[in-house]
Write a protein that binds this ligand. Sequence first.
Ligand code: SF4
Length: 301
Amino acid sequence: MRIVSYTNLCVADCKYCAFYRRPGHSEGYTLTHEQIFEKIDRLLEKGGSLVAMEGGFNPALKLDHYEKLFQAVRGRYEDKIEIYGPTAVEVLFIARNSKVPVPETLRRLKAAGLRWIPGGGAEILTPEWRKKLSPKKYSVGQYLETMETAQQMGFGTTATMVIGFGEPYEARVEHLKTIRSLQDKTGGFASFLLWTYQSQNTALGGAVTSNDDYLRTVAISRLYLDNIFHLRASLLTQGEPGALSLKYGADDFDIALEDQVTQQAGTHIEENVERVLSWVRETGLTPIQRKPWEVPNGTAD
Ligand code: SF4
């Protein structure tokens, strides 16, 4: 997979983010369709099939920009790839920035070829931790409402959690409980992905939490979220030691060619696919390649 960060211009000012630039900054960018095609072509050459399209809250990009983008990508690649994105929080921003209600925004994105709304931007879903980490992002209630609306409209969705900001265990449990409750109601999440905050070049700073903490949280998430079919490990942030999470309850992982958001904050991407697979084989497991999940919910190839 490849995370194509289509713009780094953003007005959300999340304290844990090393990726974004404020509008007007000399290092700000918005990728053209040709630049995005180039990145997807490289992914296809490597045998990849999943493109996450995620970016900043860029006030210059209205809903029609996204419609044209997804029409162009879907038109060029049809079903050779699946697109994950934009995330629920980006959908909220696009809707507000375009003065279009969220359900209508989702309907238009769907008509443009989008099928998945991933769960990125959730971080820690408690009012207190949203205020501490990203006060300008959306509330827990708005996030859940957007996810539920997307699920009702037939989008596939995923859930996520990011740990290691210094949050207490209680906050993680509250996050898991919130996700579990929505899943009990809708059954709409195909997977749960857990990763760790990367701290380099961020305003928040601090250290990266240990892989032991990551493994324990994977195990607890697997036990508690027994209503979500797949648990995805983040080898992207955890590297080789993270492969052990496949023995702690995770059943899936992505091999990413690019993720500007975590790379800017210190993640090293292992580009050698065979090496990543060898980490998994060393745990005694045999990796197999799946296609991106099919909509609806939780049906794995
Ligand atoms: S995490 Fe996303 S929304 Fe927050 S500042 Fe970075 S790019 Fe913007």
